[in-house]
Ligand binder design. Structure first.
Ligand SMILES: Nc1ncnc2c1ncn2[C@@H]1O[C@H](COP(=O)(O)OP(=O)(O)OP(=O)(O)O)[C@@H](O)[C@H]1O
Ligand SMILES: [Mg+2]
Length: 450
């Protein structure tokens, strides 16, 4: 939404009229500029961006209609209001046919002018918001290809195939850069909800009070600065999908309000008394350890159960080394076409480096490394020299890297055993065939949260 003041240009060769309108409208918080003839107005329109222009119809030199036509030529989105004496209302109607949004009859009644301008500005605001919404949607709608051949990813695809057509909420867990955001988009644009909005919000990036108003919307006057009604993202996602990213960072108050929406399918915007029904599928994601947050009392258990009807944990890239190869080829192809290059893959040494690295930033890091490599590469294949030093340094510690891989493997087995036994360490230890003390020692060594 537009945050600065709306700018209005008032054009009339009677300076008193300009002054009267300036006085009237600036008291309403609009920013007013004045011009006393068509040329002066055009000059100002060229130099600055206005939301609305009020112009007299009959002026010396360039007439109001001519001015409007010229102004619309270089800013087709400008809202134009024509002022006219009662005797020439017909020409005002003619002006509306040519693109004016409304007209004001002189001598005017202040209240009428204010109402007209307010209505037109409000209309502009709605159009502006809709455009922003459409832009946001089109950004999301280009459904991307999710790459993964490892057995762990295949299992996830199988589960997704069953879940996507339903309305069930999904919780996506996984380290940063593993593709959580991408899965959320893919779920939406393959689901029956695909023709409705996909709204996404990063709960960690927005201060608590703002998050609440962004999600639930507000009524005019709900708090200082709430100058008009605003729809929240949950209402905007009606019929579609709401993606709550970084849900582990949501405050207790927002958590309880989200829970209410999930339980009742209803919400109340801030400052409103009316309840609204909404139909949204919620996909939530976090890279934090949600069970630990629950144990520490930072995340509501009841909300967790509501959100995690289906829980998907995306494995770290180092735990699915076989995906590194396919992903690498996929990204090189993508960046070659973006940067107009033609490369035939990797040298063996370069591929070994990629496969041996531990990728703490996961797929995002791999993607960035390969964009850089495609740009740098001057031969036919990406070579070791096109890859960053950190990968080469990791190779000089090859034994450590093997150890890392083994640790990763061990960590995954233990984490899986804990998850399938709902966190019970006794049961996990017995399933793994080790005693409880060994399990604790390993968890500590592998930095698994106890
Ligand atoms: N399997 C995949 N196939 C193709 N591209 C992928 C895959 N996984 C991730 N990516 C790409 O890697 C980047 C990071 O993915 P994404 O933003 O979805 O990660 P994330 O898990 O949401 O990360 P964060 O926790 O930091 O928000 C994106 O550009 C995404 O397109
Ligand atoms: Mg993300």
């Amino acid at each position: 939404m537009k945050s600065e003041k709306y700018k209005i240009l008032v054009v009339d060769d009677e300076r008193d009229i300009c002054r009267a309108l300036e006085f009237l409208l600036s008291r309403q918080g609009y920013s007013i500029d004045t011009a006393y003839d068509g040329n002066m107005a055009l000059d100002k329109l060229r130099k600055s961006d206005y939301d609305l222009m009020i112009t007299d119809l009959k002026m010396e030199g360039i007439s109001g209609i001519e001015l409007m036509e010229k102004a619309l030529e270089f800013d087709s989105g400008l809202t134009v209001v024509i002022m006219t004496a009662y005797a020439s209302v017909e020409s005002a109607v003619e002006a509306m046919r040519k693109g004016a949004s409304d007209y004001i009859v002189k001598p005017f009644v202040n209240e009428d002018v204010l109402l007209t301008i307010k209505r037109l500005i409000e209309h502009r605001r709605v159009v502006f918001e809709n455009q922003a919404l459409k832009r946001q949607l089109s950004q999301h709608m280009g459904c991307k290809e999710f790459i993964g051949e490892s057995s762990s990813m295949q299992e996830i695809f199988e589960l997704l195939e069953k879940v996507i057509p339903t309305k069930s909420n999904i919780l996506i867990l996984g380290e940063s850069g593993t593709g959580k955001g991408m899965i959320a988009e893919i779920v939406h644009c393959n689901s029956p909800r695909k023709d409705h909005p996909f709204m996404s919000i990063n709960c960690a990036a927005i201060p608590e009070t703002l998050l609440e108003s962004e999600l639930f919307g507000y009524r005019k006057g709900a708090f200082t600065g709430a100058n008009s009604d605003k729809a929240g993202l949950i209402s905007m996602a009606d019929g579609g999908t709401l993606f709550l990213d970084e849900i582990g960072d949501m405050s207790a108050s927002v958590q309880s309000k989200i829970l209410r929406v999930l339980e009742s399918g209803e919400l109340i915007p801030l400052g409103d008394t009316r309840v609204r029904s909404v139909d949204v599928r919620i996909i939530a994601a976090t890279n934090r350890n949600i069970e630990q947050l629950i144990r520490k009392g930072l995340f509501r258990e009841d909300l967790y159960y509501r959100l995690s009807v289906f829980e998907i944990t995306l494995p770290a890239l180092r735990e699915r080394v076989e995906d590194i190869r396919v992903l690498s080829h996929h990204f090189v192809e993508q960046f070659c076409s973006e940067h107009n290059k033609s490369l035939s893959g990797f040298t063996n040494e370069a591929m070994d480096l990629l496969m041996g690295y531990s990728w703490p930033g996961n797929v995002r890091e791999l993607k960035n490394v390969l964009e850089r490599a495609v740009i740098l590469c001057s031969g036919e294949q990406i070579d070791v020299n096109d890859l960053p030093d950190k990968l080469k340094k990791a190779r000089t510690h090859a034994s450590r890297s093997l150890k890392d891989m083994l640790c990763g493997f061990e960590r995954k087995i233990i984490a899986d055993a804990l998850a399938s036994n709902k966190g019970s360490k006794e049961k996990a230890a017995s399933e793994l065939g080790v005693d409880l003390a060994t399990l604790y020692r390993k968890m500590k060594k592998l930095e698994i949260d106890i």
